[in-house]
Structure formats: structure tokens, C-alpha cells
Design a protein around this ligand. Structure first.
Ligand SMILES: CC(C)(COP(=O)(O)OP(=O)(O)OC[C@H]1O[C@@H](n2cnc3c(N)ncnc32)[C@H](O)[C@@H]1OP(=O)(O)O)[C@@H](O)C(=O)NCCC(=O)NCCS
Length: 190
């Protein structure tokens, strides 16, 4: 999985990215994390793997909002994965609103799943708001199943689904590679 030559790249979160990431966090989530949570993950959690998706100047834009967002901050999405022994857990996933629908959220999810598998995860879990149809669709695409419903999980009282996917199957892993390549191919000029 190589991102060379693309109008964006996915790379590991660095300290300098934390303001941009927390800005997106506040834009996107009703219960955003403070900067200190990312500092904690970056410096003090050896099981944490965070990635950002950063535009390069070649990224095409469809609207003025996208162009403005591109100039504003070249980081437009991020994902967090924690892997403990053979269990992965997705802690966060977000794409700036102006950049949704390109397949970039899916690409970030694939990156995180690839990392979990690389680190020996057999399963990957996550929590998601029961009302979050878009994320539920995305997770269903990659075999995440509802294990339980966590009552009042979020600060505003909304329930979460606790979801889990088995990532051990070789065909499943091959599908991740193929999907990653297919999304990347959309961005390679013909
Ligand atoms: C969830 C999120 C990361 C998806 O990112 P995205 O870049 O918009 O999504 P993609 O373009 O990669 O789409 C991937 C899949 O998501 C689902 N999806 C995306 N947009 C959708 C929409 N408008 N309606 C229904 N499903 C949708 C589909 O399953 C889609 O696959 P498909 O194209 O084969 O139908 C993004 O919507 C987001 O940041 N949401 C707010 C934060 C959030 O809810 N994070 C998840 C926390 S658990």
C-alpha cells in the first residue's frame, strides 16, 4: 500500500498536527476530545496508532468550500487505532465535512485495519452512536457486527453500538488491500 504520487498522503500523527486534529474534532463531534487526549495517545500510549490524511497541493477541489478548507488546513481527516495483544479498537475516525464522499473515510478505516492486522489483531472493535447511519454503513461494509447496545454511552445520553469485526480471514485481508488500491486509483490521473 503505497501513497506515492497522490494528491494526499496518510501518515502518522505528529505533535504539530494536534491543533488541526482537535479543530476537526470540535467541528465534527458533539463530545470532542481535548488536545491533551491526543498528547496522551501520542506520547504515553505505546498501543496507539494515529494517522492523519494530509492534502498535497495537487488535490483537486470541487467547490470553494473545499478550496478554502484546503488552504485553511491540509489535514482533512484522521483515525485512531489501539492494539492490545490480539485486539484492536478504533478510538476515532473523522473527515472534514467538505471532504466527505470521496472515499477518504473508508481509506482511513482501511489504514487503521491494516495497522491492527500488522500488529497481530484478530478482532477490531469500536463504539458508534446508534443514530450514525453513515458510519454504521461504512463499518458494515467491513464486517463489523453489533455485539451489544451501550445505554447512555455518550455525554448527551445517546446509546452506542459496540461493534466488532473478525480480521483474521485471508480473503478479508485481501479485500482490504483491493479496496485500498481501488480507492487510491480514483485519485491517480489517467
Ligand atoms: C464516517 C465518516 C468518517 C465517513 O467518511 P467519508 O469520507 O464521508 O465516507 P466515504 O466517502 O469514505 O464512504 C465510505 C462509506 O461510508 C458510507 N457512507 C458515506 N457517505 C454516506 C451517506 N451520505 N449516506 C449513507 N452512507 C454513507 C457508505 O457505506 C460508503 O461506502 P459506499 O461509497 O460504497 O456506499 C465521515 O462521515 C465523518 O467524519 N463523520 C463524522 C465523524 C464520525 O461519525 N465518525 C465515526 C465515529 S464512530
Amino acid at each position: 500500500m503505497n501513497d506515492n504520487g497522490l494528491p494526499f498522503h496518510i501518515r502518522r500523527l505528529e505533535a504539530k498536527d494536534i491543533p488541526a486534529v482537535t479543530h476537526i474534532d470540535r467541528l465534527v463531534f458533539r463530545d470532542p476530545w481535548p488536545e491533551s487526549a491526543y498528547v496522551q495517545e501520542l506520547y504515553f500510549n505505546p498501543n496507539a496508532h494515529y494517522f492523519v490524511l494530509q492534502l498535497t497541493p495537487a488535490m483537486p477541489t470541487r467547490t470553494w468550500e473545499e478550496r478554502r478548507a484546503a488552504l485553511d488546513s491540509r489535514i482533512i481527516g484522521f483515525v485512531g487505532m489501539r492494539v492490545e495483544i490480539d485486539r484492536g479498537h478504533i478510538s476515532t475516525l473523522a473527515v472534514r465535512p467538505e471532504w466527505r464522499g470521496w472515499g477518504l473515510g473508508e481509506l482511513l478505516l482501511l489504514k487503521a485495519l491494516e495497522q491492527a492486522i500488522h500488529n497481530g489483531a484478530k478482532t477490531v472493535s469500536l463504539e458508534v452512536r446508534v443514530s450514525n447511519t453513515i458510519a454504521l454503513n461504512l463499518y458494515a461494509k467491513y464486517g463489523f457486527e453489533q455485539v451489544s447496545r451501550l445505554r447512555g454511552y455518550y455525554a448527551d445520553g445517546e446509546d452506542a453500538y459496540f461493534m466488532r469485526a473478525d480480521v483474521t480471514d485471508a480473503e478479508y485481508q485481501q479485500r482490504l488491500h483491493s479496496r485500498y488500491a481501488a480507492i487510491i486509483a480514483r485519485f491517480i490521473p489517467t
